[in-house]
Ligand binder design. Structure first.
Ligand SMILES: [Zn+2]
Length: 422
């Protein structure tokens, strides 16, 4: 396996005529401009069908089912649980058309079609759809039941629900839950969410303030509850994710692209298994090459609601180390940040408080690490060197610190931590 990786790598190096440092950023399949995932499977080899649920009612909506010729898990993607969270349902609509390499993809882009039609959170008087999936008991409305029946019938292994929020998540949902990936319990879901956040931050988030964070689901007896992803995780045992972008001050196209990129990273192992040899032809995203997605231009007139979404969860991710590109590339080093005090990434720090960042838990998968660099502020300026770094929490707001480790073959991986005083 290692050897295979090495030989592929050297072929690549020759073919491209440049160093392959930073290949840790290689995407597994890549989302094309039109939002279609770049798979190796030909369209004619896919089985596609669609059907309606709630047929003949104002809630009628379409379920799209794509089956790949290769067996694999079932992934369910939902959007439009809230009708004013435009990027979520736009992305889910694109995802319905993905050409997948393995498994089954079930997409319900407009879960609450009446709310989408109205451009409001909940539509008419049926209440908040994403509070109607109590754990351990029946969904509370006909629409919630119909959606749940789809998950049960297709035996969902992975569920991804796409949302938007008017505020940014900073460890507590009170102020909003934008720019966050919430995940079900279990090491794999945590690591998948972390890797997806790290990937999208590195490849398509220019403003450190808009870096995606991850967080666990709230407990069954803790608000908010009745969420589809909670029920999917706890009643079906599905690996589940809720993705939130910030709906204000970021253009719709960027938000949709964030959703597509994150969703793709979350399900890559399921629908685009890595052993496809063609995957190596995907763009080698240089970690310094930020995508040009930065015009935070005027908000789209998308009827974004005036309330925080509130789908968010209760705590920060409960750990203070960020694994870097783990899983993205076999040979890239693993970047890890631990902190003293131990939970510095999860709590509000006192202004002026000193935090020690420690990179010594990082390691090389091959060879050894030769360089530890730090970018304080997330500005792509790696001005500091050393295995540890002392930083002082600022007076207000959040500061992102990025660690970059380099091994003796010049392969790099980054990890980041956000320190907050509010
Ligand atoms: Zn929502």
């Amino acid at each position: 396996m290692q050897r295979e990786t090495l030989s592929r790598r050297s072929v690549l190096a020759i073919a491209t005529g440049c160093t392959v440092a930073g290949v840790g950023a290689t995407t597994v399949s890549g989302v094309l401009e039109d939002g279609t995932a770049a798979a190796d499977t030909a369209e004619e080899d896919l089985s596609r069908e669609s059907f309606s649920i709630m047929e003949g009612t104002s809630r009628e909506t379409t379920v799209y089912v794509t089956e790949a010729p290769v067996e694999g898990p079932t992934v369910v993607v939902t959007g439009g649980m809230h009708g004013n969270e435009v990027a979520g349902y736009e992305a889910a609509g694109d995802i319905a058309d993905w050409r997948i390499d393995a498994g089954t993809l079930v997409a319900i882009p407009e879960a609450n079609a009446a709310a989408v039609e109205e451009g409001t959170r909940s539509g008419d008087d049926w209440g908040d759809l994403n509070r109607q999936f109590p754990e351990g008991s029946e969904p509370e409305t006909d629409l919630a039941r119909a959606i749940w029946d789809v998950l049960v019938e297709y035996d969902a292994d992975v569920v991804v629900d796409l949302h938007e929020s008017t505020g940014i998540y900073a460890g507590d949902p009170v102020d909003g839950v934008g720019q966050a990936i919430f995940h079900s319990d279990g090491a794999e879901a945590v690591e998948t969410a972390r890797a997806a956040a790290e990937y999208v931050n590195r490849t398509s988030v220019d403003d450190p303030e808009l870096a995606f964070e991850i967080g666990p689901f709230s407990g069954p007896d803790t608000e908010p509850n009745g969420l589809l992803v909670h029920k999917a995780a706890r009643d079906l045992g599905a690996e589940s994710y809720l993705v939130e972008t910030l709906s204000t001050d970021v253009d719709l196209e960027t938000r949709v692209r964030w959703h597509l990129t994150i969703a793709e990273q979350l399900v890559a192992d399921d629908l685009f298994p890595e052993d496809e040899p063609d995957n190596e032809h995907e763009p080698d995203v240089d970690e310094d090459a930020d995508a040009s997605d930065d015009d935070p231009a005027e908000g789209e007139s998308d009827g974004t609601g005036d309330e925080s979404d509130g789908d968010g969860e209760n705590a920060a991710d409960g750990t203070d180390e960020n694994a870097g590109d783990a899983g993205a590339d076999d040979a890239s080093p693993i970047a890890k940040i631990t902190t003293e005090p131990a939970n510095a990434g999860d709590v509000a720090l006192e202004p002026g408080q000193t935090v020690t960042l420690d990179a010594t838990c990082s390691n090389a998968r091959e060879g050894r690490l030769v360089c530890y660099e730090w970018d304080v502020g997330g500005n792509d300026q790696f001005d500091e060197r050393g295995e540890t770094l002392q930083v002082t929490a600022g007076d207000v707001g959040r500061d992102t610190v990025v660690l970059r480790v380099t091994d003796d073959a010049d392969r790099t991986t980054t990890a980041s931590i956000t320190l907050s005083t509010d």
